[in-house]
Write a protein that binds this ligand. Structure first.
Ligand code: NAI
Length: 332
């Protein structure tokens, strides 16, 4: 029997390693493409049985039409979020789109907590200062997390893992989700409406998906309801936050700290080495210039355990599709 051929887009050396290791069990023919999947690169899909994509591959109407022409009906996402797929068009054309919903939620949760602690205790500043032999503590004052209130927006797998991780700090935890979950209340967190969460939280961490309803949910109006000097952590999706409004809030002092692992226009920036190049996105450039802003390049998921689980689930999803079976990881 001929091996099923899979084109793996936006693949880095670490994706290749983890996918090849997992593939010893599945025996697919995997071809790794460094390039993002776009309307211009979609011609590469000719001759494959399925494709695998990551967060910034833009699977729009044009790409879907090209995939359809090449007789490819399976898109295996190597991520949890699926906002980069035109779902209506994919449905209309009869695609199967699978995702990896459950890989190590702790990887992202721990990164969110790491960003919170780093911003609070100003570790990013202390690191550079100490390397210059400057042992002065001026400007490094932090707060006790144990005396603060943390608001979690979205209490799915990652939100819950974040609540679990934060429980040890003794802070009060508020949360908001249109679908409240008993596990969360058993962990000691309290569901409140969004306005109450904005008004009472000292730290707000976003763990909801990007949808038309949540797009730019953190905007000027939302900042107006928040405490002065609030800390915002976004490890979810960039477009949850209106970055220009965040800059306004940083300038006024309303937003005291901002931790971003994701950025609305990250597709042109993240996952590549742009050292020495001029960044043309002025909003992003401004954010990088603030001392109370910490940016990481979508690395929340990036742990060894998570990579292994992503590879295993992605290939398992493709195998199920080939056998005409369902895994429950289908997006629709
Ligand atoms: P999940 O599907 O388990 O949970 C999402 C939760 O958000 C659900 O409980 C849902 O009811 C809730 N929700 C939906 N709309 C909401 C809204 N408007 N306000 C409040 N809550 C809302 O998803 P999971 O696995 O916890 O992932 C959450 C998000 O994290 C993903 O959608 C993805 O965007 C992001 N992510 C980021 C990664 C990174 O490397 N930075 C890696 C993996 C996921």
């Amino acid at each position: 029997m001929t091996k099923a051929r899979i084109a793996v887009f936006s693949s880095k050396s670490y994706d290749k390693d983890s996918m090849n290791a997992a593939n010893s069990k599945y025996g697919f023919e995997l071809d790794f493409y460094k390039t993002q999947l776009t309307a211009n690169t979609a011609k590469l899909v000719e001759g494959y049985d399925a494709i695998s994509c990551f967060v910034n591959d833009m699977v729009d109407v044009d790409v879907l039409s090209q995939l359809d022409k090449a007789n490819i009906k399976m898109i295996a996402l190597r991520c949890a979020g699926f906002n980069n797929i035109d779902l209506d068009e994919a449905k209309r054309r009869g695609f199967v789109v699978s995702r990896v919903p459950g890989y190590s939620p702790e990887s992202v949760a721990e990164h969110a907590v790491a960003m919170l602690l780093c911003l609070n205790r100003k570790l990013h500043k202390a690191y550079s200062r100490i390397r210059e032999h400057n042992f002065n503590l001026e400007g490094l004052l932090g707060f006790n997390l144990s005396s603060k209130t943390v608001g979690i927006i979205g209490t799915g797998k990652i939100g819950q893992a974040t609540i679990r991780a934060l429980s040890g700090f003794g802070c009060k935890i508020l949360c908001h989700d249109p679908y409240p979950n008993d596990v969360v209340t058993e962990l000691g967190a309290t569901y409140v409406d969004l306005d109450t969460l904005y008004q009472q939280s000292d730290v707000i961490s976003l763990h909801c998906p990007l949808t038309p309803e949540s797009n730019h949910m953190i905007n000027r109006d939302a900042f107006a309801k928040m405490k002065s000097g609030v800390m915002l952590i976004n490890t979810s999706r960039g477009a949850l936050v209106n970055a220009s409004d965040a800059i306004e809030a940083l300038k006024s002092g309303k937003l005291g700290y901002l931790g971003l692992d994701v950025y609305e226009l990250e597709g042109d920036l993240f996952f590549r080495d742009l050292s020495g190049q001029v960044i043309h996105d002025d909003v992003f450039g401004l954010l990088l210039s603030y001392p109370n802003v910490l940016v990481t390049g979508h690395q929340g998921y990036f742990t060894d355990l998570a990579l292994d689980q992503i590879a295993e689930t992605t290939l398992g999803n493709i195998k199920a599709y080939m056998k005409g079976e369902k895994t429950g990881n289908e997006v629709f």
